[in-house]
Design a protein around this ligand. Structure first.
Ligand SMILES: [Zn+2]
Length: 459
């Protein structure tokens, strides 16, 4: 039975040979039931949304985010990766209690959905990871996520370091509870943080755990020159060669960044089918460098895009990441390095392949899951008419996202989150950040917002 009809849209199917056309989309339950050029003449008694002056696309997919970091937004600026972790992000994650994890996840998910992102591969912190899945279940995003693992490190990360076996056992329990929950909308991915936070045994056992259950595995790699020098000093290998030696390459493995890679590492990623998520906004803000994405794609590496975390971006906007992906590589390869249509594919069709979800999402086709985003084409920066990929990649922002649907459920309507009460989320964010900031201060970390008297007082 058709439950929702989207009328009068510019349909951008994102299939390989799919042209755009004006038409209707009929949704039945969580699936796309029919797509028609012109008016869909079927069952008439369904809800309708008029998408005149809007483009409808597959919901956007991000291959790397950390919703749990969202409360630290604007509190960790002007730092390079390792200081950003030691001075801000690890103390913040250590200070998060259960309600803090939940509020951070709500904030991150609310922003992601409102900006048109319907699916994410997400990285948790070490504790309270049930609260992230609970928030995702309620707010309605499609999320693959896992608690992070860290079993080695210096003083900066001491509060997050866990016993190797206990940490993995907790992941297994979480995965058994959440993998394929909410009708398959939630999935588990094992998430060892990065080579410098994990013993060799932890990395090997993470890969073994993921493969035993058929879950994805995700980590960070080759992001920052100091990081890769430290990995080489410890292991005698380049970052990707080391990860390959512990089982952290392969088609089920998604590595964020890949900024600094030698020829052998690019070959290894391509040969093994390892997925790489390009995070241009975070790489620029932390001053990490510019991943050579055209070279990776040319070599056959399956790529996606991700905003990474709120404290290193500081937005979770896929439209911003698409814009950066379509402009940044012009510096190295000239102005046609990564055309607008390719940037759009990296956030839809290609990202679905990267996350092994291409049979369900990533394109608009009959019988696929109804994850869709409707973007205003009448916004000033999208006018006049022209190539729709150019208009969206170079002209659209999160503010031009009008409606968002996940699994047939409208979660953002007329630019407002409707799957939860935004006022309650804002209250949760205020209360949780106040409490988290206080715990950080007690443990000797003063967030800059407090130093400058800029933190919102209670009202
Ligand atoms: Zn990350």
């Amino acid at each position: 039975m058709v439950t929702l009809i989207l009328r009068n849209a510019l349909v951008v199917p994102m299939t390989r040979d799919g042209e755009c056309f004006c038409g209707d989309i009929a949704i039945a339950g969580d699936r796309i039931h029919g797509i028609s050029r012109g008016r869909w003449e079927g069952q008439a008694n369904a809800d309708e949304l008029d998408l005149s002056d809007m483009a409808v696309l597959p919901g956007f997919i991000q291959g790397h985010v950390h919703v749990v970091q969202s409360l630290l937004r604007h509190q960790a600026d002007h730092l390079a990766l390792l200081d950003w972790l030691r001075l801000r992000t690890w103390p913040y994650e250590a200070a998060l209690d259960s309600d803090g994890v939940r509020a951070a996840a709500e904030l991150g998910i609310a922003e992601l959905l409102s900006g048109g992102t319907t699916t994410v591969l997400d990285f948790g912190t070490t504790h309270h990871h049930d609260r992230v899945f609970e928030a995702a279940e309620e707010l309605g995003i499609r999320m693959i996520s896992g608690k992070t693992h860290m079993d080695v490190g210096d003083d900066g990360s001491a509060a997050l370091i866990e016993d190797t076996d206990r940490s993995l056992a907790e992941a297994e329990t979480l995965g058994r509870r959440w993998h394929n929950a909410a009708g398959g909308r939630l999935k588990y991915a094992v998430a060892p943080r990065f080579a410098l936070s994990c013993s060799r045994r932890l990395l090997e056992s993470s890969a073994e755990l993921a493969r035993r259950h058929g879950w994805l595995i995700q980590s960070h790699a080759a992001e920052n020159r100091d990081e890769i020098a430290a990995v080489e000093h410890l292991t005698g290998l380049s970052n990707i060669e080391y990860l390959d030696s512990v089982g952290l390459t392969g088609a089920d493995c998604v590595l964020a960044h890949g900024v600094h890679l030698n020829d052998r590492e690019v070959e290894l990623l391509a040969e093994t089918g390892t997925r790489v998520c390009h995070c241009p906004g975070a790489n620029l803000k932390l001053g990490s460098g510019i991943a050579d994405v055209p070279r990776l794609i040319r070599s056959g590496v399956v790529m996606s895009l991700g905003a990474d975390g709120a404290p290193c971006n500081n937005r979770l906007s896929i439209l911003q990441e698409m814009y950066l992906a379509a402009t940044l590589h012009n510096l190295r390869h000239g102005p046609s390095a990564l055309p607008a249509w390719q940037a759009l594919a990296l956030a839809t069709r290609d990202a679905a392949v990267a996350l092994h979800l291409e049979r369900e999402i990533g394109t608009l086709e009959v019988s696929k899951i109804a994850d869709l985003v409707a973007i205003e084409l009448s916004d000033w920066s999208l006018l006049p008419e022209g190539d729709v990929a150019s208009r969206i990649v170079f002209g659209a922002t999160a503010a031009t996202v009008r409606h968002v649907i996940v699994a047939g459920r409208v979660v953002v309507k007329n630019r407002t989150l409707v799957s939860a009460d935004p006022r309650i989320i804002r209250d949760h964010v205020h209360d949780a950040w106040t409490a988290t900031r206080s715990r950080m201060t007690q443990s000797g970390v003063a967030p800059p917002g407090e130093a400058h008297g800029l933190v919102r007082g209670s009202s």
